[in-house]
Design a protein around this ligand. Sequence first.
Ligand SMILES: [Zn+2]
Length: 158
Amino acid sequence: MDPLPRRTEHLGRYGFTCGCTLCYEDQADGKASIARRQSILYQLQAQRKKQSSTDIEGLITEIRKTYRSSRSGPRPDLYACYRSLAQALSDPDVILEAELLALEALGAVFTRSRPAKVSGQQSIHVLVSPALGLQDAINSYLKLSNDSLRAAFLDGAR
Ligand SMILES: [Zn+2]
């Protein structure tokens, strides 16, 4: 999912101005916030793989400040940020949380149960599927599924 300036540029070539909820919400955040968000996203992409999870978390905090507190719905620009964070982390539980936050950025809603006493596994249910970025969402679900299969295999091998 492209950020607003890229979407606007692309659609503008066809003389089309998008009036969808996402474009409306992005525009309502204001020009200064949109520009600031773009520059942080650029920083994140330009230095990919050189950043620690702490660096990325700092950038995510900065991007979060560019959204109005009253804003509702997906914040797809955060998707790539949480994916980068997940890649920079090493604790499987924290990685899982970052992957879920990435899907929530696309509009997914989950319920998370506390870890079961016996298995120690947290159970997660999808209440709402992501509204945007279908290909990204599929990649995320595949990644989560691979991770949990690997964890189950390692548990079995112990
Ligand atoms: Zn739109």
